[in-house]
Design a protein around this ligand. Structure first.
Ligand SMILES: NC(=O)c1ccc[n+]([C@@H]2O[C@H](COP(=O)([O-])OP(=O)(O)OC[C@H]3O[C@@H](n4cnc5c(N)ncnc54)[C@H](O)[C@@H]3O)[C@@H](O)[C@H]2O)c1
Length: 296
C-alpha cells in the first residue's frame, strides 16, 4: 500500500472543495488546483467557513480545524499541484474528454508510484486508465455531496486496478472519515445509476404536469422516506452534472436512461442548480457563479 502524505485535488468546484476539506482534516497535506482563480478563492473561503461551522457544532476542535486549514495549499496549474503528490484525486466536470486530457497530463507529470483517482460519478475508469502507462494505479473514488458531511465513499475497481492501489484508496478514504464500499466498475456504479433513474423520472413527471416540483419532492420525502426530494437533490448536485451522467448511462445502458427533455432545456437555459442561483427552484441568496460546465 502506498504511503500517502500529499494529496492533490484537481478541480475546486462543488466536489473538489469538499474533498480537499476532508483530506486536510484527515491529516494530509492537500493541494487544490483549478483553472479558474475565482474557483480557488471561493474554495478557500468556503472550506474555512465549513471548518468554523464544524467547530461551532462541536464536531471538530478549533485546534484540529486550524491544523487542517494550515495543511491546505492552492495551486494555479496541474503541474504545480500534482508533481509532489502521492495520490491525485481529479474532480473536473463529468466529461470524458476533459478527464482523458487530465489523466494523460497527470501520467506524464506524476511519479510512477503515484495513484491517480477520479471522482467521476459514472464514467469508465478502465477507459480513463487506458490513456496512461499506469492502468494498475488508476481507481475510482466517488465521494458524495456535500463531501464534508456525507459518510459514503464508493471505491471503484477498474479492469486493471491492482490490490495495492485499491488498499491505498480504502485506507485514505477511512482516514478521511468515510465508510467505504468497493465495487466492480459498471456505468454509474451503484449510487449514480439508481439516483439518475429516480431523478430523470421526476423530470418526466414534472414535464407531463403530473404534479408540481414541490409536491413531487414532498411525496418522496414523506411517502418514501427519502431525506431529500429529487429536485432539491438535483439542484444541489448540479443539473449539468446530472445531465452528463444521464447522457453517459443512456449511451452505455440504453433507452431507459434517455435524459428528460425538460432537464436538457433547463441546462440550456443556464439553470444549473444552487451554484448558478436557479435550478428547478430559485436561490436568490446565491450569487450566480461562472458556469463553465454548462455545455451539454
Ligand atoms: N456535484 C455532485 O453532487 C457530484 C457528486 C459526486 C461526484 N461528482 C463528480 O465530481 C466531478 C466534479 O463535479 P462538480 O459537481 O464538482 O463540478 P463543478 O462544475 O462544480 O466543478 C468543476 C471544477 O473543475 C474546474 N475545471 C474544469 N476544467 C478543469 C481543468 N482542466 N483543470 C482544473 N480544473 C478544471 C472548474 O473550473 C470547476 O471549478 C464530476 O466528475 C462529477 O460527476 C459530482
Amino acid at each position: 500500500m502506498a504511503d500517502v502524505k500529499t494529496i492533490a485535488v484537481i478541480g475546486a468546484g462543488t466536489m473538489g472543495r469538499g474533498i480537499a476539506h476532508s483530506a486536510a482534516l484527515g491529516g494530509y497535506r492537500t493541494i487544490l488546483e483549478d483553472i479558474l482563480p475565482n474557483a480557488l478563492r471561493r474554495a478557500e473561503s468556503e472550506i474555512r467557513a465549513n471548518l468554523d461551522k464544524a467547530v461551532d457544532l462541536g464536531k471538530v476542535t478549533a485546534r484540529d480545524a486550524d491544523a487542517a486549514f494550515s495543511r491546505l495549499e492552492f495551486a494555479g496549474s496541474v503541474d504545480e499541484a500534482a508533481r509532489q503528490a502521492d495520490l491525485v484525486i481529479e474532480a473536473v466536470p463529468e466529461e470524458l474528454e476533459s478527464k482523458i486530457e487530465i489523466f494523460t497530463l497527470l501520467d506524464k507529470i506524476c511519479r510512477p508510484t503515484t495513484v491517480l483517482a477520479s471522482n467521476t460519478s459514472s464514467l469508465s475508469l478502465t477507459e480513463i486508465a487506458s490513456v496512461t502507462y499506469r492502468p494498475r494505479k488508476i481507481v475510482g473514488m466517488h465521494f458524495f455531496n456535500p463531501v464534508h458531511k456525507m459518510k459514503l465513499l464508493e471505491i471503484v475497481r477498474a479492469l486493471e486496478t491492482d490490490d495495492d492501489t485499491l488498499d491505498t484508496a480504502v485506507n485514505v478514504g477511512k482516514r478521511m472519515g468515510k465508510e467505504v464500499v468497493v465495487i466492480r466498475e459498471s456505468p454509474g456504479f451503484v449510487t449514480s445509476r439508481i439516483n439518475a433513474m429516480i431523478g430523470n423520472e421526476a423530470f418526466y413527471m414534472l414535464q407531463e404536469g403530473i404534479a408540481s416540483a414541490e409536491d413531487i419532492d414532498k411525496a418522496l420525502k414523506l411517502g418514501l422516506n427519502h431525506p431529500m426530494g429529487p429536485f432539491e437533490l438535483v439542484d444541489l448536485v448540479g443539473l449539468d452534472t446530472r445531465l452528463h451522467i444521464l447522457e453517459y448511462l443512456h449511451k452505455t445502458l440504453g433507452e431507459k436512461f434517455r435524459p428528460a427533455p425538460l432537464l436538457v432545456q433547463y441546462v440550456k437555459a443556464g439553470r444549473l442548480g444552487r451554484k448558478s442561483g436557479r435550478g428547478v427552484f430559485e436561490y436568490p441568496e446565491k450569487k450566480p457563479e461562472p458556469a463553465p460546465a454548462a455545455a451539454g
